[in-house]
Each structure stands twice: as C-alpha cells, then as structure tokens.
Design a protein around this ligand. Structure first.
Ligand code: NAP
Length: 249
C-alpha cells in the first residue's frame, strides 16, 4: 500500500475512451492517482495511462466488466491493496442502443438497463465500503440529457439514464450523512464513438440544432466532473448537472 498520506485516488469506469478518457486525464491533472477501468480495449486503456504518466501524473489500468460482481470485487481489492482508500468514483461506463420503441424487445430493455445501471450499483457499493471509514468521498454518475429529454429511437437508453439520475438522488440522500457526496452529470450529444459517426458534416448538423451551435466535447464533461469531485464543493449534493449547450432554454 502507498504510504503517502496526501495521495488522492479516483476510479473511472470506462476510462479507455471518449468521455471516460477525458475524465481520467482531467482528474490526473487535478492530482489524483487515477485507476483507469476498461472492459475490452486494453491498448486504448494503456494509451490513456501512458499519456497521463507522460504528463507527470499517476495512473494504472484494470480490466473489469463493471457489471460482473466478481470482476468488480477483484478491482476494488486491488485498489484497497495498492492505496487503502478511494476519494472519487466516476461511474461512466455505459452503452447505448438505437431502435424505435415499438421495435425494441423487452430483452433489449433489460440488456440496456443492466449495462447502464448494474455497474453503477456494484461499483458504488464497493466504493462505499472504502469511503465509509474515511468519512469522505465523491461519487459521480454519468447520466444523459436523454434521461430528462428522451430522443426518438433511444427509449431504452433514455429510460435507463432517467433511472440512473434518480438512483443518484437516492444514493445521495442515504450517503450524505456519511460524508459521501453523490451527484450526476447529464451531457447532451458529445463527440465520442458512442455517436456512431466521425462524419464532420453529420456532427456539424447535429450541433446546429443546439443553441450553442455545436455538440459537446468530452473535455467539457470532464471539467464538470472535476468540479463536482472537489472536496470544497461540499454543499452540492444529489444534483444532476445538465450539459446541454442551452438546449433546455
Ligand atoms: P464510448 O466512447 O462508447 O466509451 C464507452 C466506454 O465504456 C469505454 O471505455 C468502454 O470500455 C467502457 N465500457 C462499456 N461497457 C463497460 C463495462 N461493462 N465495464 C467496463 N467498461 C465498460 O462512450 P462515451 O460516449 O464516452 O460515453 C461514456 C458515458 O457517457 C456513458 O455512460 C454514456 O451513456 C454517457 N453519455 C454519452 C453521451 C455521448 O453523446 N457520447 C451523451 C450523454 C451521456 P472499452 O474501451 O474497453 O470497450
């Protein structure tokens, strides 16, 4: 275990790509030792880790399916063994599914709900066991703007993210008396692989429908996560910060 009493440790699920990658890099710049979780793309996770170390930061990678309890248990045992603490958990890993409601079988709803909720539940419960003795910690769940404003063709995803936002509120209610702050961040369309296109014209077109005139960048989501993780953001509890470029105006 590291004997450094000033060390701060953050775990980001799905840290190998997209929004998770930007959050890992931002939290490393903020001084956290970052545990970069991934499920399949080892090389991508290694690349994030190398970038952080190249910039003078601290990080390591761990492969675990956030929805598999044994794998999550192994990941948290390793965090406990190496650091004995966890200051920030970002539940970022998630999947989407595009299909019209009428054509989405119940089995697909269950799949999307499991992918977007189970990892958050398992990782948060494991994180709480580390955070309780510290009497401090921040848990930040990456929800989606679709959770409050469903998109056509994304009903299963939108419903799962609505559940995730309310799960965050419930967790916040129970945990604030223990010194653990839970909040959520709900980005609108953000330029990552999840959008399913690299086509500039298509991305520009998506952005034109948003008051700010463009879709979000992953580092803009990471900036909000960084703020919510700050230990002096003590009075921000159970909030869902919507990053919508003015879309709700
Ligand atoms: P992405 O580019 O598709 O990346 C997904 C990440 O999640 C990858 O790192 C992937 O790991 C990891 N992952 C997926 N399932 C996992 C599992 N079971 N266990 C561990 N890791 C897992 O997605 P993104 O756009 O960055 O999205 C990140 C989060 O933001 C998601 O929760 C998403 O719903 C939310 N969000 C995205 C947008 C958007 O427009 N992009 C908007 C609102 C909210 P591997 O690399 O190993 O496969």
């Amino acid at each position: 275990m590291s004997g450094d009493s000033t060390e701060k440790v953050a775990l980001v699920t799905g840290g190998s790509r997209g929004i998770g990658r930007a959050i890992c890099e931002r939290l490393a710049k903020d001084g956290y030792t970052v545990v970069i979780n991934y499920v399949s793309r080892h090389d991508a996770a290694m690349c994030v880790c190398a970038n952080i170390k190249g910039d003078g930061g601290h990080a390591w990678i761990y492969r675990a399916n956030a929805c598999e309890s044994d794998e999550v248990r192994g990941m948290f045992e390793e965090i406990r063994r190496r650091h004995g603490r966890l200051d920030v958990l970002v539940n970022n890993a998630g999947v989407t599914h595009s299909a019209l409601f009428a054509l989405t079988p119940w089995s697909k709803f269950l799949e999307v709900f499991e992918a977007n909720l189970k990892g958050t539940v398992l990782c948060s419960q494991a994180a709480i066991r580390l955070m309780l003795p510290q009497k401090s910690g921040a848990i930040i769940n990456i929800s989606s703007r679709s959770g409050s404003q469903p998109q056509i063709g994304l009903t299963a995803y939108s419903a799962s993210k609505a559940a995730l936002t309310n799960l965050s509120r419930g967790m916040a209610r129970e945990l604030i008396s223990k010194g653990i702050r839970v909040n959520a961040v709900a980005p609108a369309f953000t330029e990552t692989e999840m959008l399913g296109t690299n086509d500039r014209e298509a991305l520009t077109h998506m952005g034109q429908r948003i008051p700010i005139g463009r879709i979000a960048q992953a580092n803009e989501v990471a900036a909000v996560v960084s703020a919510l993780a700050r230990p002096d953001f003590t009075y921000v509890v159970g909030q869902c910060i919507e990053l919508d470029g003015g879309g709700s105006l």
